[in-house]
Each structure stands twice: as C-alpha cells, then as structure tokens.
Design a protein around this ligand. Structure first.
Ligand code: NAI
Length: 395
C-alpha cells in the first residue's frame, strides 16, 4: 500500500469542524477509488490560536519546515485581527513559501442557491498574484516617524505634490514586478492551454495605475507573444494558435468593468489572470454568484517548486463556530483539487460527483438550507458532520 502523507492545519473558529469533515471525506474517497492500493495519512501542523496556546508562536518554524519538505498541505481558516500589528498568517504562509498563484476555480453546482438569474453561465478559473501588490505589507501608520520619513522623501526628493494631506497620511507601497507578473500570467496561459480553455483575460486597473497595473497588462501581452507565439488576428484580437482546436484568446479588461460584466455577461470570461488586490475582490464576487464562500475552493501554488497549500476560502466564522452549522464544502472541494494535484484524479472526480448528488437531492447545511427555503424549495437540513456522513455514504 502507498501511504501519502498530507500536512493539515486545522484552523481557528469553525476550522476543527470542517477539517474533521474534510479528512473523513478524503479518506473515504481514496478508499473507494483505490481500495488497498493507496491511503492518505494526515499529519497535523500547528498554526493560529492552537499553535499560540501550545508553542507560544502562531506560526511555528516546524510548520513551515514540514511544508517546505513535503510540499503539499491543506488548511482551515486562520483568524487575523483587523487594524492591529499582527500580520495575516495566510499572507505570511504564502510569502514564506513563495506561493505566487492563488488559484480559485469558480463553477456552479446545479441547484445551489444563487442571487443570479443564470449562475450556470459562470465557469471561470482565477489566477490571482499572491506575493506582491499592496499585500506586500509595506505600510506605515499616520503620524509615525516612518510615515513622515517616507512622505518627506517623496515631497522633498521626488518632487511629489499630490499627497492631499501630507501631515496626516498613512502610507503604503505597491510593488508590482515584471518577474512577478510574468510568472503568474505564464502559469495562467500554461494552465489554459493544458486544460483546453477558450481565453485568458488580464484584469487590471492600468488606466489609473499606469506602471504597476498597466505594467502587468503590458508584460502579459509581451509574454504571450514572446513565449507562446500569440499573434494579432485580422479582427484585431490577440490569440495563441492551437492545432486541432480554436486559438486561445488573450485579452484584457479594466477591473471595474470586469466586476460589472461578470453579472451581465457571465459567460464572456474563462481563465482570469490578475493582481493581488483585484483578485481578492474578484474571487469573492464570483464565489457569491455560485453559492458563496461556503462552497468556493482555493489553493496557493508555486508551480516551479511544487509547493501548494489548499485552503478553505472563507474565514473562521466565529458566529457559528462550535455549533455544527458550518458548510464544509469549501475545504472539501479544495481537498478534491489537492487530490487532483497529487494525481489522484479518480478520488477528485468521486468527491465532486458526490457533492453534486447531495445538492441535487437537497441534503445541505444551514447556509444553503435557509437560502433554498427563501426560494420556496424543500431541503433536508444537515449539520457539518452529518453532511460529511451523507457524502461518505454516496462515495
Ligand atoms: P468569515 O468568512 O469568517 O464570515 C463571514 C460570514 O460568512 C459569517 O456570517 C459566517 O458565519 C459565514 N460563513 C463563513 N464560512 C462559512 C461556512 N463554511 N459555512 C457557513 N457560513 C460561513 O469572514 P469574517 O467574519 O470577515 O472573518 C472572520 C475571521 O476569519 C477574521 O479573523 C478574518 O481575518 C479571518 N479570515 C480568514 C481567512 C483565511 O484563513 N483564508 C479568509 C477570510 C477571513
């Protein structure tokens, strides 16, 4: 028997409930798919409040070292205090392991309650740059010596006269590099070609931030031409020729227009490559269209080193923690992505099929149950654990 060791971070709040559901579903899917040939062995890695209580550090070095060595891990949500000194552990993990792609597939499972008239038109995969942009965490609070130093450098040395209130401004720095943009866009195009997708759209705000977001757009088109042979076609569009199938279209869209378009013409987009902050907003807006963050899976990946952390995309949901009410689907569908990443495609397929079946038969957790009731649909209300048990029965 092949033992596949996977490190997992339980997470704070609802983390322990959804993680335990996910582990049981993964074990059942692997058993159903491969019998005695393969077995997943989960190894707990500490992070967040549990780590702080047990080790005095919320992100112990052992956790990073384990993922560095074993490459693949899965995590529940970790709490971050707003507006205080503590940096987000999620951001810290992504940066320390250089997980430069935040991968968020967004697809509709038939029957999931949605605020859209035609949610089934949404089928997108978002590649969000994960290590740069305003998320680099380079900022200083108003009135600190650091903020004053940066502001006087800008005004005195760089001739900047556009800081409206220089004496009371906080200051942040938005680094966007050619290398960082290129590796993200390269992985999106590569993935689109391998998975026979229709188009890759570069989403940016280059009309306002000309060198950072505008640079992302320009470097993207240049890369598509230089490395993938993209060409301008007679109708003015740019595309990568493919034999035996339609060309892969490369286009771009300004982020605010994009956020409108995903509501009014949801099927116009396919693979999305975007910067960190845009990607954050876009991923959650798209997730809302197909049932909310409770069902949206995600992963943080470095395609060169192979390091990857699969994760629940929602937060710790303190309002429902410990109540057996959380929807475990975000983490369970992330675990399905992880299985596919490990080459266990049959286990992935089975999990997704079982999820489809539960929703079709109306076996759902409270979030979906109440939304379905509002739509006048009958459903069976299940807790986190009994929902996982239903999936396991179907597996
Ligand atoms: P949240 O996602 O925890 O909760 C927002 C709303 O969605 C709440 O009403 C919650 O009950 C509901 N919800 C979330 N996940 C759910 C699930 N699986 N099933 C059913 N309902 C669910 O966002 P919030 O309240 O802004 O953040 C709480 C904490 O989580 C903060 O400390 C934040 O920093 C952290 N967070 C962590 C993330 C991560 O680890 N990737 C992502 C987002 C937030």
């Amino acid at each position: 028997m092949e033992h596949i060791r996977i490190g997992y971070i339980e997470g704070d709040g609802i983390g322990s409930e959804i993680t335990s559901a996910m582990k049981a579903v993964v074990a059942a899917a692997v058993k159903a798919s491969y019998g005695q040939k393969k077995q997943i062995e989960f190894v707990e890695l500490l992070a967040g409040q549990k780590a702080l209580a047990q080790t005095g550090s919320s992100l112990p070095d052992e956790t990073i070292a384990y993922i560095q060595e074993h490459k693949v891990a899965i995590k529940g949500p970790l709490a971050t205090a707003v507006g205080q000194g503590q940096r987000s552990l999620n951001v810290e993990l992504r940066q320390r392991l250089d997980l430069y792609t935040c991968l968020r597939p967004v697809e509709y499972y038939d029957g999931v309650p949605s605020p859209l008239k035609r949610p089934e038109l949404i089928d997108m995969v978002v590649f969000r740059e994960n290590t740069e942009d305003i998320y680099a965490g380079i900022e200083w609070d108003a009135d600190t010596d650091e903020a004053k130093t940066v502001i006087s450098f800008l005004t005195d040395r760089m001739g900047v006269d556009k800081i409206r209130f220089p004496h009371s401004s906080s200051i942040g720095v938005k680094p966007v590099s050619k290398e960082g943009s290129e590796r993200l866009i390269r992985s999106a195009i590569d993935w689109a070609l391998k998975n026979q997708r229709r188009s890759v759209t570069l989403v940016h705000k280059g009309n306002i931030m000309k060198y950072t977001e505008g640079g992302f757009r320009r470097w993207g088109y240049e890369l598509a031409q230089r490395e993938f042979g993209a060409q301008r076609r007679d109708d003015g569009s740019i595309a990568i020729p493919r034999s035996g199938m339609e060309d892969l279209l490369i286009n771009d869209c300004i982020c605010d227009a994009f956020l409108q378009n995903i509501l009014i013409k949801s099927d116009a987009y396919d693979v999305i490559a975007t910067l960190n902050l845009n990607g954050d907003y876009i991923s959650d807006a798209l997730a809302a269209g197909v049932g909310g963050i409770g069902i949206a899976p995600g992963a943080n990946i470095n395609w060169e080193s192979g390091h990857a952390i699969f994760e629940a995309t929602h937060g710790t949901a303190p309002d429902i923690a410990g109540k057996d009410m959380a929807n475990p689907l975000s983490l369970i569908l992330s675990s399905a992505m992880m299985l596919s990443y490990l080459g266990l495609d049959e286990a992935e397929r089975r999990i997704r099929q079982a999820v489809r079946q539960t929703i079709a038969e109306g076996s759902v957790t409270a979030d979906f149950y109440h939304a379905m009731a509002k739509e006048g649909r009958s459903a069976t209300l299940l807790g986190t654990r009994s929902y996982a048990d239903r999936l396991i029965a179907l597996l």
